[in-house]
Write a protein that binds this ligand. Structure first.
Ligand code: FAD
Length: 465
C-alpha cells in the first residue's frame, strides 16, 4: 500500500480523474466528475460495485428537499447541522457539518433528477437525534436498491468502471502531488494508470483487524458487519502523503445484529417503544439514545447478546424494511401470543421480563424518565402478542479518516490542501466526533453521497490549476 515515485511508473493509459472504490461515494464521484466534463475511471477491487453501501439500509438524510416540502416538514440546513453537532456533543467540525447539511438537499435532488434514483421521504418515524423526518430512501429502504440505481446511472451515462482492480499503490512526488495508481488484477498481474487527480472512495478500516485494535479496541470483539474489502487503504496512503487524520476512534456501531443470522434489526422498533433486555429479562441502558453507542452495552451483557423486545404494533412498523422481512423469513424473529409463550420461545425468565413490562407500563403512565435517562413519553406500553430477536453488538464502518475541506479536498495538518487528492464517505473523517456515540443515523451515506458528488466536481474544476 505504499507510495511509489513517478520514476517507477509505467502508465499504460492516462486520464483526468481516478476514483478508487465503487461504493456510493465512488459512484457519485464518478457520475459528478464525468458530468462536469472530466475523463474519469472508477477502480473497484471487487467483481461488482457494492461495498458497505449495498449492505446498508440506504437511507440518506437531507434538509430542505422537495419531498420534505411536499410533506409540510419544516427543516433547514441549520437545524440539520445542529442535530449532527448535538449528537456528537459538539465534538465535530461544526463548519463542515453545516456545509454538508447545506449541500444535502442538492444531493438528493441530483440523485433523483439526474441519476434517476427513486428516493422518497421516510415518513413513518423519526430516527433518534433528528429533529424532523429527513431520511430519504429507495422503495424498499435498501442499500442494494440504492447501489442498483446508481449502477444503472453509471451504465446509462457511460462512466467507465473497472472491477477486479485492486489499487495497491499511488504514484506521487515529495509534495504529495499524485500522478497515478498501480492496480492489481485477480491473476496477480498489475498495471499502471496515470491521472491528474485522485478521489479516495475506498471507505475506512473496519475490515482491517490490526487497525481496529490499534484505534478502536472497545469494538474489536464485536461482530464486523461491513464490507471486508475496506482495509484502511485511504488512511494509509493519505498518511504517507502527509495528510492529517482525525477522529480515528469514531465508528458506526449497531446493537441490533440478529445473532447467528447476520441481519440488522433496525432501530424504529426501539425508537417507537421497544426495549433491549439481557438474559435475566432486565433492561441495562437507554437503548433509545442511539443504536451505535448501544453496541458496546450489548457486548457487556452475558454472552455478548441481548434481546430486542417489542410487540405487534412495532413489528408492523418494521415490515417497511427489507432487512426485517428477511429476518422474519429466516426465522430470526420469535413471536409469543402471551408473556408465557414468548418466554418459552426465548427461554427468558418470566419474572424478569414481566417486571420489565410492568416498569415500562408505569413509565408510560407516569410520563417519567427511567434510571437510564429514557422517556417513554407518547409511547404505548408493550402488549401481547410479543416479538423478540436475539442480537449482538457490531461495527458497521469506521468514521475517522482523512481530514478534508468542504469540497472533499484532503488536508495536511497545517490546514493546507494536498495538490490533487480528494476523499469522501468512509475514507474521510466523518462528522460524528471521536466515538460511537456521535454517529447520527445517516452520517455514513450523507458523507458518501455528498462528499462523493462534491469531490467529483472539485477534482474536475481544479484540473486547470
Ligand atoms: C447494515 C448497514 C446499514 C447501514 N445503513 C445506513 C443507512 O441507512 N444510512 C447511512 O447513512 N449509512 C448507513 N450505513 C453506513 C453506510 O453504508 C456507509 O457509511 C457507506 O456505505 C460508506 O460508503 P463508501 O462509498 O464510503 O464505502 P463503501 O460502500 O464501503 O465502498 C468502498 C469500496 O471501495 C472498495 N475498495 C476498498 N479498497 C480498495 C482498493 N484498494 N482498490 C479498489 N477498491 C477498493 C471496496 O471494495 C468497496 O466497494 C449502513 C451500514 C451498514 C453495514
Amino acid at each position: 500500500m505504499s507510495i511509489l515515485s513517478l520514476s517507477e511508473a509505467d502508465f499504460s493509459f492516462e486520464l483526468d480523474v481516478a476514483v478508487i472504490g465503487a461504493g456510493a461515494c465512488g459512484l457519485c464521484a464518478g457520475l459528478a466528475a464525468q458530468a462536469a466534463g472530466g475523463e474519469v475511471l472508477i477502480l473497484e477491487r471487487d467483481p461488482s460495485a457494492l461495498g458497505t453501501s449495498a449492505m446498508s439500509t440506504g437511507l440518506i438524510p437531507a434538509a430542505g428537499t422537495s419531498a420534505q416540502k411536499e410533506a409540510d416538514i419544516i427543516d433547514s440546513p441549520e437545524i440539520f447541522a445542529r442535530d449532527i453537532c448535538a449528537k456528537s456533543k459538539f465534538r465535530t467540525d461544526e463548519e463542515l457539518a453545516l456545509a454538508l447539511a447545506q449541500e444535502s438537499a442538492k444531493t438528493i435532488e441530483w440523485l433523483v433528477n439526474d441519476c434517476e434514483v427513486p428516493l422518497s421521504l421516510v415518513d413513518s418515524f423519526v430516527y433518534p437525534g433528528h429533529s424532523v423526518m429527513r431520511m430519504h430512501g429507495t422503495p424498499n429502504r435498501s442499500g442494494a436498491e440504492l447501489m442498483g440505481s446508481l449502477s444503472h446511472a453509471i451504465e446509462r451515462e457511460g462512466v467507465p468502471i473497472l472491477t477486479n482492480a485492486k489499487v495497491t499503490n499511488l504514484f506521487a512526488d515529495d509534495d504529495g502531488r499524485v500522478y497515478g495508481v498501480r492496480f492489481e488484477r485477480p491473476d496477480g498481474s498489475s498495471e499502471d494508470l496515470g491521472c491528474r487527480a485522485i478521489i479516495l472512495a475506498c471507505c475506512g478500516f473496519a475490515g482491517n483487524p490490526q487497525m481496529l485494535s490499534q484505534y478502536i479496541p472497545e469494538i474489536k470483539d464485536g461482530e464486523f458487519f461491513g464490507h471486508p474489502g475496506n482495509k484502511g487503504d485511504a488512511v494509509l496512503w493519505g498518511d504517507a502523503l502527509g495528510a492529517a487524520v482525525a477522529d480515528m476512534s469514531a465508528y458506526q456501531g449497531h446493537a441490533g445484529l440478529a445473532k447467528g443470522f447476520g441481519i440488522p434489526i433496525l432501530w424504529p422498533c426501539i425508537v417507537e417503544g421497544g426495549v433491549q433486555i439481557n438474559q435475566t429479562g432486565q433492561r441495562f441502558s437507554n437503548e433509545a439514545r442511539g443504536y451505535s453507542e448501544q453496541a458496546v452495552d450489548v457486548l457487556r451483557q452475558e454472552g455478548a447478546v441481548a434481546w430486542t423486545f417489542y410487540d405487534e404494533q412495532r413489528h408492523n412498523l418494521m415490515l417497511e424494511f427489507d432487512d426485517y422481512k428477511e429476518a422474519v423469513a429466516a426465522g430470526a424473529i420469535r413471536k409469543g401470543d402471551s408473556l408465557d409463550e414468548i418466554c418459552m420461545e426465548t427461554k427468558l425468565p418470566i419474572d424478569g421480563v414481566s417486571q420489565t413490562l410492568l416498569d415500562i407500563a408505569s413509565l408510560v403512565d407516569d410520563d417519567q424518565t427511567d434510571q437510564f435517562g429514557r422517556s417513554f413519553k407518547g409511547k404505548k406500553a408493550l402488549s401481547p402478542p410479543f416479538y423478540a430477536v436475539k442480537v449482538t453488538g457490531a461495527i458497521f464502518h469506521t468514521q475517522g479518516g482523512l481530514k478534508v475541506d468542504k469540497n472533499a479536498h484532503v488536508l495536511r495538518a497545517d490546514g493546507s490542501a494536498l495538490p490533487n487528492l480528494y476523499a469522501g464517505g468512509g475514507a474521510a473523517r466523518g462528522i460524528s466526533g471521536p466515538d460511537a456515540s456521535g454517529y447520527l443515523a445517516g452520517n455514513g451515506l450523507l458523507t458518501a453521497t455528498t462528499y462523493g458528488r462534491l469531490a467529483g466536481l472539485a477534482a474536475v474544476a481544479d484540473l486547470d490549476d
